[in-house]
Design a protein around this ligand. Structure first.
Ligand SMILES: Nc1ncnc2c1ncn2[C@@H]1O[C@H](COP(=O)(O)OP(=O)(O)O)[C@@H](O)[C@H]1O
Ligand SMILES: [Mg+2]
Length: 285
């Protein structure tokens, strides 16, 4: 059996998965999405040439990974599938999907112009959180404490010539402990959960920003929420992120290409092995 790992930058995670797959007797190919064009219509077989039975989509660029999955899954088993990625890549769609499935998620609203965003922010009340609807590592996720900061941030975004930046996705600032929860879900199972403690100089808990990983033991009702959230976007290998609030656990993000170096450093679970086993099971099924 051959497993392909699609990447655009080789991180610790992709190397760990490749190593584990080799240990388990699989043929592994690492394919750089940046240097491998795909045929949409035609007969030159570009699509087929390099890929194995199952493809793990591990691109850092969400958009690149999303479209690659759409094309490849005509012929291959792709993890995660396009349908899952189309929801997880986009925070606006994730929020809608979670709420539709009755998964508790922070109060969120969206505006499509500077003026209406200001009006909306005043109505929601401060502090607020603004996020790009596509993004990761906490980049451009900002806390807005008052009207003045709202004006400054919205005006700056207005000047960025990138249509997605003019979608003002605003969220209540959740009163939470100085940590959030990252659960790694493989198929229908939570394989490990960690707390991510925010560093001293940041309110965001992303490990990429210096957040510290600590093993977490979740309550059964918390696990139930995480599993329900994962099911809401479909099945795959997911990083479900949630915050502890006065209203219980609130799921704020689902990652379709989950980073797990932080989790691996504290968990006893062999995460890469669980990922490889899942991919093998998908082919055999
Ligand atoms: N509504 C919120 N209230 C409080 N903290 C938040 C809120 N939303 C996000 N955060 C913090 O910011 C971090 C980054 O936000 P997130 O939505 O996960 O975006 P990203 O995709 O960039 O990781 C979260 O891990 C959390 O620590
Ligand atoms: Mg996040």
């Amino acid at each position: 059996m051959e497993l392909s790992i699609l990447y655009d930058r080789l991180r610790w995670e992709e190397k760990a998965i490749a190593e584990e797959a080799k240990k388990n007797g699989l043929n592994v190919s690492l394919v750089d999405a940046k240097s491998h064009p795909l045929t949409l219509v035609g007969e030159d077989g570009l699509t087929n040439s390099k890929f194995g039975d199952v493809v793990l989509e591990r691109c850092m660029s969400h958009i690149r990974g999303l479209y690659y999955a759409a094309i490849l899954e005509r012929e291959k088993i792709v993890i995660n599938p396009y349908k899952v990625l189309s929801l997880t890549t986009n925070k606006l769609l994730t929020t809608l999907t979670l709420d539709k499935a009755n998964v508790p998620t922070p109060k969120t609203a969206v505006a499509f112009s500077l003026e209406s965003a200001l009006e909306l922010a005043d109505k929601m009340g401060y502090p607020l959180v603004i996020k790009p609807i596509i993004g990761s590592w906490g980049r451009m996720v900002a806390c807005i404490r008052d009207r003045r900061e709202a004006e400054a941030i919205f005006e700056t975004r207005e000047m960025i010539h990138e249509p997605l930046q003019q979608i003002y996705y605003l969220q209540e600032y959740v009163k939470r402990p100085p940590r959030d929860i990252r659960s790694i879900v493989v198929g229908d199972e939570i394989i490990t959960s960690i707390y991510r403690y925010q560093p001293e100089d940041d309110w965001r808990t992303n490990v990429a920003r210096g957040g510290a990983a600590v093993l977490a033991k979740l309550e059964p009702e918390q696990e139930e929420i995480i599993i329900k959230a994962a099911k809401a976007v479909g099945e795959g290998i997911l990083g479900v992120d949630a915050m502890e609030s006065e209203r219980g656990l609130l799921v704020h993000e689902i990652n379709g290409c989950v980073e797990f170096k932080g989790a691996s450093s504290v968990s006893t679970v062999n995460i890469p092995k669980r990922i490889v086993d899942y991919a093998v099971k998908k082919v055999r099924r």
